[in-house]
Design a protein around this ligand. Structure first.
Ligand SMILES: NC(=O)C1=CN([C@@H]2O[C@H](COP(=O)(O)OP(=O)(O)OC[C@H]3O[C@@H](n4cnc5c(N)ncnc54)[C@H](O)[C@@H]3O)[C@@H](O)[C@H]2O)C=CC1
Ligand SMILES: O=C(O)C(=O)Cc1ccc(O)cc1
Length: 362
C-alpha cells in the first residue's frame, strides 16, 4: 500500500467494527497507523480485518494511545466507561450521533472524564455493518469535537489528528450545541423523510412509476436502519420533539391555507412558506445547496452503454469543468437526464457547443 503520512501518533483501538468503526480503521490503515479492532460479533471482527480495517487485539499488544468507541448509542456510555478503565493511559473518544446523553450518564456514574473527548463525524450511510465501510467516508465532512475546559491539550490533539487523517473538517461544539444542531440538520430530516416515504407503502405501482428526482431526493435517508434511529432519536428526544412540534405547526398552517386558497391572504401564506424554503435550502453548504455558485445544465442521454462516458469525455474536450453531476433515469425509460453543474460563465457556451456536437439539452 502506498501510505500517506499520518498525523496520528501511536496505535488506535476501535471498539465496534461496523460501518463507522471499520471506516475509521480502513482510513487510518491507509496512513500506516496500527489499528486493532474489537466487536461483540466475532464475524464482524473477522470481516473488518479481511477488508483491511485493522487486526484483532492480542494479549501481547501494547496498550493503544487512543480508543475509538463506534458502538450503537445505547451502549456507548458503558463501552466508554469500560475503555477508560481497561486502558488507563489511553485517550478515549466515541463517534455516536448524540453527545449529551452519554456524557450525562457517565457524569452521573461519577466516571472521571479527563481522558474522554466526545466526537461525531457527520458522515454515514443508510446501511450499517463492516461490509459497508469505506476509507473515504469522512473526506471533507464535518467532524464535531466536544471538548470541555478540562480536556488536556494532548488528548484533544490526538482525537483531532485522527479526524484530520481521515479527511474530516474539525468543528468544536458543546454537547448541548451539538445535539440541538444535529436535531435540526440530521434527526428532523430523518423523521420527515421516513414519514414521507411511509406514505408510499400503500400507493399503486402506477403512481410510484411516476417518481422523479424530487421524491428520490427527499426520501433517500428513509432507507436507514430503524433500530439505530430508534436509539438516536430516543437519546436526543427533547430537541427533536421541539423541532417536530414546530414542523407539525407549519404543516397544519400550510394545509389550512391550502384548504381555502381563495381566502384573503391564503396564497400569500403559501408563497411565504415556500419562499422560506428557498432561503433555507440556499443556506446548505456544498454544491447542490449553494446553487447560486453554479448553473445546472441538463443533457438528454440515450439509454445505451457508454453514453455518459462519451458525454463526460466531450465536456473535457470542450474545456468545460464539471463541478457536479447527477443522473436521473426512470426504469423502463429510453432516455436519461444528466444534470451537470458548471460555472455560470461557461453555461451558455456548454449548451451551444454540446448542441453543435448533436447532444439534446434542456
Ligand atoms: N450509521 C451512520 O450513518 C452513522 C453512525 N454514527 C454513530 O456510529 C456508531 C456506530 O454506528 P454504525 O457503525 O452505523 O453501526 P453498525 O451497526 O454498523 O456497527 C456497530 C457495531 O458495534 C458492535 N457492538 C455493539 N455493541 C457492542 C459492544 N458492547 N462492544 C463491542 N461492539 C459492540 C456491533 O456488533 C456492530 O458491529 C453509532 O453510535 C452511531 O450513532 C455516526 C455517524 C453516522
Ligand atoms: O447520509 C446523510 O445525509 C447523513 O448525514 C448520514 C448521517 C447519519 C447519522 C449521523 O449521525 C451522521 C450522518
Amino acid at each position: 500500500m502506498n501510505e500517506l503520512a499520518a498525523r496520528t501518533s501511536g496505535s488506535v483501538h476501535v471498539i465496534g467494527a461496523g460501518l463507522l468503526g471499520a471506516s475509521v480503521g480502513l482510513g487510518l490503515r491507509e496512513h500506516g497507523v496500527d489499528v486493532t479492532i474489537e466487536d461483540l460479533s466475532p464475524t464482524t471482527v473477522a470481516l473488518a480485518a479481511d477488508y483491511g480495517a485493522g487486526r484483532p487485539r492480542s494479549a501481547a499488544d501494547d496498550p493503544p494511545a487512543l480508543v475509538v468507541v463506534a458502538t450503537p448509542p445505547d451502549v456507548v456510555a458503558d463501552v466508554i466507561e469500560r475503555a477508560l478503565a481497561s486502558y488507563p493511559e489511553a485517550v478515549v473518544t466515541d463517534v455516536a450521533s448524540v453527545k449529551l446523553a452519554p456524557f450525562r450518564e457517565l457524569t452521573r456514574r461519577g466516571v472521571d472524564l479527563t481522558r474522554y473527548v466526545g466526537s461525531h463525524p457527520m458522515a454515514g450511510r443508510e446501511r450499517g455493518g463492516a461490509i459497508m465501510a469505506r476509507a473515504d467516508l469522512f473526506t471533507a465532512r464535518p467532524w464535531v469535537i466536544c471538548r470541555d475546559h478540562e480536556t488536556p491539550a494532548a488528548a484533544l490533539a490526538l482525537v483531532e489528528s485522527v479526524a484530520l487523517d481521515l479527511g474530516g473538517v474539525l468543528i468544536e461544539m458543546t454537547p448541548e450545541e451539538h445535539d440541538r444542531s444535529v436535531g435540526l440538520v440530521s434527526h428532523l430530516p430523518q423523521v420527515v423523510s421516513s414519514l414521507l416515504a411511509a406514505r408510499l407503502e400503500p400507493a399503486s405501482d402506477q403512481a410510484i412509476g411516476l417518481t422523479g428526482a424530487g421524491l428520490r431526493d427527499t426520501t433517500r435517508i428513509a432507507a436507514s436502519d430503524p433500530e439505530l434511529w430508534v436509539q438516536i432519536l430516543g437519546a436526543n428526544r427533547a430537541p427533536v420533539v421541539e423541532l417536530l412540534d414546530a414542523f407539525a405547526a407549519d404543516v397544519a398552517d400550510f394545509a389550512e391555507a391550502l384548504r381555502d386558497p381563495e381566502r384573503a391572504g391564503a396564497k400569500r401564506r403559501i408563497a411565504d412558506l415556500l419562499s422560506a424554503g428557498n432561503r433555507g435550502v440556499a443556506r446548505i453548504p456544498g454544491k447542490h445547496g449553494s446553487s447560486e455558485r453554479f448553473t445546472t445544465i441538463t443533457v438528454l442521454v440515450d439509454d445505451r452503454p457508454g453514453q455518459i462516458a462519451r458525454l463526460l469525455t466531450e465536456l473535457g474536450e470542450l474545456g468545460i469543468n464539471m463541478e457536479d453531476l447527477r443522473l436521473e433515469h426512470s426504469p423502463g425509460a429510453q432516455i436519461g437526464f444528466a444534470e451537470i453543474a458548471v460555472l455560470p460563465e461557461v453555461a451558455e457556451r456548454a449548451l451551444s457547443d454540446l448542441a453543435e456536437r448533436g447532444w439534446r439539452t434542456l
